[in-house]
Design a binder for this molecule. Structure first.
Ligand SMILES: Nc1ncnc2c1ncn2[C@@H]1O[C@H](COP(=O)(O)OP(=O)(O)OP(=O)(O)O)[C@@H](O)[C@H]1O
Length: 379
């Protein structure tokens, strides 16, 4: 997809970077949270300075520099047989991203752009070829010690558990207090435990089957934040939080970056207050990284004005939608405006009658799938 308008300068910069070897210079253009932009950003925000920790050394034989490194990754969801779907282009395309320790990177893009998929790949939840996705130089998928040690923490939208016979996707709710969960995590420093419970304003006596969605979310977050991770992946985790809870959490996360050189990648559509949180912004469209830049280098964001992120990202999304429409028009495809039934992959493990393949192409009528919960309508 061609880039134009607001993307032109950034796209050109990224293209230049791709033509060079994967040395520090090119990595910097991809998304290098090195000390220079961090300090520059701190200067712009005296009340809440950005990370002052140095990035890991690049000296020969020294510890790997990047907290997160994605190297020329192409990736797709497998088909029902676990194999790549023949003829289907990759969902994640030619993806390169490098973040040094101490970075707070917002991962932005339209619905379906690939943010969750990417975060799950970074979290080691999807298999990728070796060397393609590294967390502090270790293989995200193959090195299970990364997640079992808590060094790599992924907190996603759902907090669910599998319950025998009730199926998958059952919301976590049992009659036990929040304290039972939060005190059961071994090896957590008491001061850290207290701090996190305080930041998230959790009442340890909350019964988990009686809490509200937002209260459950707070406990989920506390649980995921408790072990001192070095890389934290967050997928739209603040949806249920009230304004205060969200502000306190973001301030805590920022402090984690500053004091412990944590690398954070945060995918979200809720932008308020994030100008002061982010050191970098990565924008994804159609599975491709359009750009990843220090926030103060991005037009419209460099002054870190409250509200700037919302209007700037809206502009990017509108531009993307336009580019997409133009590309479709070139192929002679006019997006349908009528409602129609769509069929899904026909596969939903553990669910009874919730996923059924149907549609005119199978010669099946809607009446044939009565009882299915999955008759999806799209406009
Ligand atoms: N399990 C799956 N199997 C096949 N395709 C999937 C699966 N999960 C997601 N996809 C597809 O991958 C694409 C990217 O989805 P993803 O969830 O990563 O997007 P996103 O950027 O996180 O979107 P949103 O902002 O809506 O959360 C979408 O087109 C989606 O339909």
């Amino acid at each position: 997809m061609e880039t134009a308008g607001p993307f032109a300068a950034l796209a050109a910069q990224q293209k230049r970077a791709k033509t060079t070897e994967d040395d520090d210079a090119s990595a910097a253009a991809e998304c290098d949270v090195s000390i220079a932009p961090a300090v520059a950003n701190a200067a712009a925000k005296p009340s809440s300075p950005l990370p002052s920790a140095s990035p890991a050394s690049t000296a020969p034989g020294a510890a790997p520099r990047w907290g997160v490194a994605v190297n020329d990754l192409d990736w797709s969801y497998p088909g029902i047989d676990g194999q790549p779907v023949a003829g289907q282009p990759p969902l994640i395309k030619n993806f390169n991203l490098k973040l040094a320790p101490g970075s707070c990177c917002l991962l932005l893009g339209a619905n379906g752009a690939g943010k969750t998929t990417l975060l799950k790949i970074l979290g080691g939840k999807h298999m990728v070829p070796k060397e393609k996705v590294l967390i502090h130089g270790r293989e995200a998928f193959y090195d299970t010690g990364l997640t079992t040690s808590g060094q790599l923490s992924y907190i996603g939208g759902d907090w669910q558990r599998d319950v025998a016979f009730a199926g998958y996707g059952v919301t976590l709710a049992g009659d036990f207090p929040a304290s039972k969960m939060l005190n059961s995590i071994p090896g957590v420093d008491e001061a850290r435990r207290k701090k996190i419970i305080e930041v998230l304003d959790i009442d340890p006596t909350w019964r988990m089957h009686q809490v509200s969605d937002g209260q459950r979310r707070r406990v989920q977050l506390a649980y995921g934040l408790m072990i001192p991770y070095s890389v934290l992946l967050l997928d739209e985790i603040t949806v249920d939080l009230d304004v205060l809870g969200r502000a306190d959490l973001m301030a805590f996360l920022r402090q984690e970056c500053m004091e412990r050189s944590v690398t954070i990648v945060y995918a979200t559509h809720i932008f308020d207050g994030l100008e002061q949180f982010a050191s970098h912004v990565a924008f994804v469209a159609g599975g491709e990284l359009r750009f990843c830049e220090p926030i103060e280098k991005i037009d419209g964001l460099r002054d870190l004005e409250p509200g700037a992120l919302l209007s700037t990202v809206e502009g990017w999304l509108r531009k993307e939608a336009e580019i997409k429409r133009e590309a479709l028009a070139k192929k002679g495809i006019v997006p349908k405006k009528v409602f129609e039934y769509v069929r899904n992959s026909g596969w939903g493990s553990g669910r009874t009658a919730s996923t059924v393949s149907f549609g005119p192409e199978l010669g099946m009528k809607h009446e044939g799938i009565k009882g299915s919960s999955n008759a999806v309508m799209r406009g």
